[in-house]
Design a protein around this ligand. Structure first.
Ligand code: F6R
Length: 618
């Protein structure tokens, strides 16, 4: 996710610049591909650069090379205004570049804006503003905002009213901050993207996340959706959509600045597990038309209906591929998943009617890239399903679908897996519609996808995974079983547990147990059974009784505790939902079991031994 920092300090010296740059460096942990700042000098002073923060700092100290001729300041000395905003960007619209970096400005420099989130109606707004004579320099959705504000200002509207009027036109999610030339107040707005204000002794802050300013103040005010704020050096005023002032409570943050990047959690993995509801909301945003039961993925425009689909992927992404394969097969589309390192397009039935989907969080995994390049050479249509804009997979495939999970820092994939599963659910529905126009997408499935963030939140709020994990600290091995849609999650549950706890774990389609692995099952090997109350229930319960007969303790992960509970020693409950949505929620329970077990064993959870976040060697 992008990071925002703002500081209203009032002094005309280097303090603003220094605090903005410090705030940006505190936000680096979130991941970013470019960074920029705007200081409210008159004219505005703006600098922004693709790449590391050091590139931005170099541009500032070298006097900058920005081609925007209204940017009057050409040295750090020009950045001494009373107030400023900064941004680290993680691309969502348009590749990383100087021009696409924030802040974005109106052509005449009347306002500079930073934004986190996704503006869903930016295409319509862009068209409207272009017709009104506004020129767009970037590929971003954000650039509509300064133009909208400028339009109001040109009509004589005051700064805050112009800002409000512009925000009123936006659909989607945003945390937005704007500065105006020579004005010491920063205007901000929030809707479904975090924004927190920091009340300091020598000025006030705003940020997407507390770490940005934690060294300067621990007194914070969290903005709620629909709220606006005017942040000046001496005051902070919060108002609602109607303009009425809102009294907010001030909270005291007691995190150590060192741990602040993890928002108070001990590990990035735990933080990322808890971010899943937000990640899924972002993934779904603007992509489901529930009433008509349809999915809208403009990224797939021009994609011919494939005769078959092949998924290529590694590790956790491979498990997502297995889930996607099941979704497509149930819709009558032939689909198969390959471990990318085993994929050889020359030895497989691959032609121009084959769609090869590379599922890859990083978009850089060497095995997946090799498989995709082979598929390209064999004439297949290729699609990258990835988290990283302009990654190798995104650039080299014919089509790209972003999963919008935001940066994942922990080596173990968590939120990216959930976002991959959701994106694959959308893809399957979209392809089924294309393959057979008479088949209408399952409304219930789409409705339950919409409810998925709430389902996951309820698991996060009430999970007993910690006590279950602690009950099995000394086990010999851990087995995971599931059928149908739940089988890939059984594999993923085992992978997560083994990579961060260093304990032996295996996952199987439930029916496979009796064909060999059952020989390993003893009273010292807990079996985690993922059981849907609506599908293949009795068959999986049959497998559960097989392991119970060998003395193994059973942990049922289920949305039907009344049916399954009597067959289990422990239950990890999930809300009742569609069978193709249930495994996404069940997996959260398994992530938590792995996490708490690793925590109890004092493992280096975010950086397990021998593993890397992005595997760029074959
Ligand atoms: C496990 C994990 C790995 C990755 C695999 C593929 O937690 O993170 O198994 O899933 O290395 O990486 P991507 O998805 O970046 O291609």
């Amino acid at each position: 996710m992008c990071g925002i920092i703002g500081y209203a300090g009032g002094e005309s010296d280097d303090t603003v610049l220094e605090r903005l740059l410090h705030g940006l460096s505190n936000l680096e942990y979130r991941g970013y591909d470019s960074a920029g700042i705007a200081v409210a000098n008159a004219p505005l002073a703006v600098e922004k650069r693709q790449g590391e923060l050091s590139e931005l700092e170099r541009a500032l100290t070298d006097g900058g090379t920005d081609s925007d001729d209204w940017i009057g300041s050409d040295a750090v000395d020009g950045f001494d205004g009373p107030t400023g905003i900064g941004h680290t960007r993680w691309s969502t619209h348009g590749p990383p570049s100087d021009v696409n970096a924030h802040p974005h400005t109106s052509p005449n420099g009347s306002v500079a804006v930073v934004h986190n989130g996704i503006i869903e109606n930016y295409c319509e707004l862009r068209e409207e503003l272009s017709a009104a004579g506004y020129e767009f320099r970037s590929d971003t959705d954000t650039e509509v905002v300064p133009h909208l504000i400028d339009q109001e200002r040109s009509a004589g509207v005051d700064r805050f009213a112009a800002f409000r009027a512009a925000i009123d036109r936006l659909e989607g999610s945003y945390a937005i901050a704007a500065v105006f030339p020579g004005c010491e107040t920063i205007y901000v707005a929030r809707h479904e993207s975090p924004l927190v204000l920091g009340l300091g002794e020598d000025g006030n802050f705003l940020a997407s996340d507390v770490p940005a300013f934690i060294e300067y103040t621990n007194q914070v005010v969290y903005l709620d959706d629909g709220e606006f704020a005017a942040v000046s050096p001496s005051s902070v005023t919060v108002s609602d959509e109607s303009g009425a002032v809102v009294e907010k409570s001030i909270e005291t943050i007691d995190w150590d600045p060192e741990d602040a990047g993890k928002s108070g959690y001990d590990h990035y993995m735990r933080k990322e597990i808890t971010e899943q509801p937000r990640a899924i909301r972002d993934c779904l945003r603007g992509r489901i038309e529930e009433l008509g039961g349809t999915v809208s993925l403009p990224e797939l425009e021009g994609l011919e209906s494939p005769s078959s689909v092949q998924f290529v992927a590694c590790g956790t992404s491979y498990h997502a591929g297995l889930f996607g394969e099941r979704l497509l097969q149930r819709r009558g589309i032939p689909a198969q998943t390959f471990v990318a390192s085993e994929y050889d397009a020359d030895e497989l039935p691959v032609d121009e009617e084959t769609l090869v989907v590379g599922v890859t969080q990083s978009g850089e995994t060497a095995d997946t890239m090799r498989a995709l390049r082979g598929a390209n050479r064999a004439g297949a249509t290729t699609l990258a399903l990835t988290n990283v804009v302009a990654s190798s997979a995104a650039r080299e495939c014919d089509h790209v679908l972003y999963i919008r999970a935001g940066p994942e820092i922990s080596v173990a994939a968590t939120k990216s897996f959930a976002s991959q599963q959701v994106t694959l659910s959308l893809l399957a529905t979209a392809l089924a519609d294309t393959a057979d126009p008479s088949s209408s997408a399952s409304r219930e499935h789409l409705r339950e996808l919409r409810r998925l963030p709430d389902h996951i939140q309820s698991v996060l709020d009430d999970s007993n995974a910690r006590s279950v994990a602690e009950a099995f600290l000394e086990s010999d091995a851990y087995f995971f079983i599931g059928r149908g849609y739940n089988a890939p999650v059984a594999l993923e549950g085992a992978l997560k547990l083994k990579e961060i706890t260093y304990r032996h774990a295996e996952g199987f389609p439930a029916g496979e147990l009796k064909h060999g692995p059952l020989a390993l099952v003893t009273e010292a090997t807990p079996v985690f059974a993922i059981v849907s109350g609506r599908e293949k229930t009795s068959a999986t319960i049959g497998n559960v009784t097989e392991v119970q007969a060998r003395g193994a303790p059973v942990v049922a992960v289920t949305d039907s505790p009344e049916t399954v509970g009597s067959h289990a020693d422990y239950v990890l409950e999930v809300p009742e939902t569609h069978p193709a949505v249930m495994p996404i929620v069940a997996n959260v329970q398994l992530q938590l079991v792995a996490y708490w077990l690793a925590d109890a064993l004092d493992r280096p959870i975010d950086k397990p031994r021998n593993l890397a976040k992005s595997v760029t060697v074959l």
